[in-house]
Design a binder for this molecule. Structure first.
Ligand SMILES: *Cc1c(COP(=O)(O)O)cnc(C)c1O
Length: 386
């Protein structure tokens, strides 16, 4: 029985992407990358200042509709600084999905704060606002405008959802929870450049949102990230903190707080400008790939291709196969068969509390996240595959 299933899954993927070894997600450089990089080298401005950084920030703000974008070295650094700017202090708690890439939890830990793990929804793969609201009602009280976890006596400062594989979370629901429980909303939009919740870009709903331009993301700067915000003062502070907190002066080295060397080099920003020009065509390619996978898997029982939530437009960064509960136990057989056929597939991440550094983190019941952990795997998803 299971051989029939794994066989038809391998066939369906091959039908879409062909037979050759196919990676999970390769970057694509089909635009002005060489030109802009050469311009960068010729100008000698390869490092921390240069026109491509300003241009990349302006174009990111323009594309996402955020008032400001601050480019940084990677998505994890963007999260770290956003949490600092939201006032997260040592021994605070930050609500994050149990089902996320480890960077979300790491950024919280860098602040000396504690990740508090929240369950997901089946159809968005992201935080469940209704379950979270019920849970917070049970375990928290509001005191002097702060949300206190009565079980740990710590302040819960921030609500940090993540848009899994580019599929937007229920932002309306989460904004309402944040309002009612006095939490600052920050979005980990590392995976969702080009994803829209109704008519607004993900990462622009919260007080801040963060992006990643790592090599495996929808567009890449080699390594890179950005902080989005609509608040001019916050944007300015983000720039300051990520550039060693140096006060402008003609020659003196005056640093007025503990800053970070998190700025994005001009070389990386040059790559980013070239990549951003191609984003619309990348997104069209990803949507075509989704449609072809959906058609190829239509008649295979017990599995389906994950689709964007209602009212949302996903970037379809990574294509995702959801196994029915009845075959979830065979996930590893499917991983083995596809990878042996040269088709790179990967399981979704392990839940955060299964990782040694986060095993003792506070958490709610993770009914749905535990299901998703067993039932999701990513298919070859490179831009331009078809
Ligand atoms: C990629 C990613 C990040 C941060 O990525 P960097 O590799 O540091 O740029 C953060 N959160 C999630 C969910 C991610 O997928």
């Amino acid at each position: 029985m299971i051989a029939i299933l794994t066989n038809s899954i391998v066939k369906a993927i091959q039908q879409v992407v062909g037979n050759a070894p196919v990676p999970l997600h390769e970057p694509r450089f089909a635009g002005h990358e060489w030109d802009y990089l050469k311009e960068c080298l010729d100008s000698t401005f390869v490092s921390s200042v240069g026109k491509f950084v300003d241009r990349f920030e302006a174009e990111l703000a323009d594309y996402t509709g955020a008032s400001h974008a601050v480019a940084v070295v990677n998505g994890t650094a963007a999260l770290h600084v956003a949490l600092c700017l939201a006032g997260v202090q040592s021994n605070d708690e930050v609500l994050i999905p149990a089902l996320t890439f480890v960077a979300t939890a790491n950024a919280v830990a860098y602040c000396g704060a504690v990740p508090h793990l929240v369950d997901s929804e089946m159809h968005t793969l992201g935080l469940d606002p209704l379950a979270l609201r019920d849970y917070l009602k049970d375990i928290t009280e509001i005191s002097e405008g702060q949300c206190i976890n009565c079980l740990t006596n710590r302040v819960i400062r921030v609500l940090l959802p993540m848009h899994t594989f580019g599929h937007p979370v229920d932002l309306e629901g989460l904004l309402s929870v944040a309002r009612d429980f006095h939490l600052t909303l920050i979005e980990d939009a590392a995976e969702s450049l080009g994803s829209w919740y109704h008519d607004k870009h993900t990462g622009t709903f919260g007080r801040m949102g963060t992006l990643s331009f790592n090599g495996n993301k929808t567009i890449t700067t080699g390594g890179g990230g950005a902080i989005l915000t609509n608040d001019a003062e916050l944007a300015q502070h983000a720039k300051h903190l990520t550039t060693t907190a140096k006060r402008p002066h003609r020659w003196e080295y005056v640093h007025d707080e503990v800053g970070y060397n998190y700025r994005m080099p001009n070389l990386n920003a040059a790559l980013g400008c070239a990549q951003l020009e191609q984003l619309p065509s990348f997104l069209a390619s990803k949507r075509r790939l989704f449609e072809q996978y959906q058609a190829a898997f239509k008649d295979i029982p017990d599995v389906q291709i994950v689709t964007e939530p209602n009212g949302c437009r996903s970037n379809y960064w990574l294509q995702t196969l959801m196994l029915d509960e009845s075959v979830a136990g065979h996930r590893d057989d499917i991983l083995t068969a596809t990878n042996e056929a040269g088709l790179m597939t990967r399981p979704i991440w392990k839940l955060m509390h299964r990782l040694a550094p986060y095993q003792d983190c506070p958490r709610m019941e993770l009914y749905v996240a535990e299901q998703l952990e067993q039932r999701l795997l990513n298919l070859p998803s490179s831009t331009g595959l078809i």
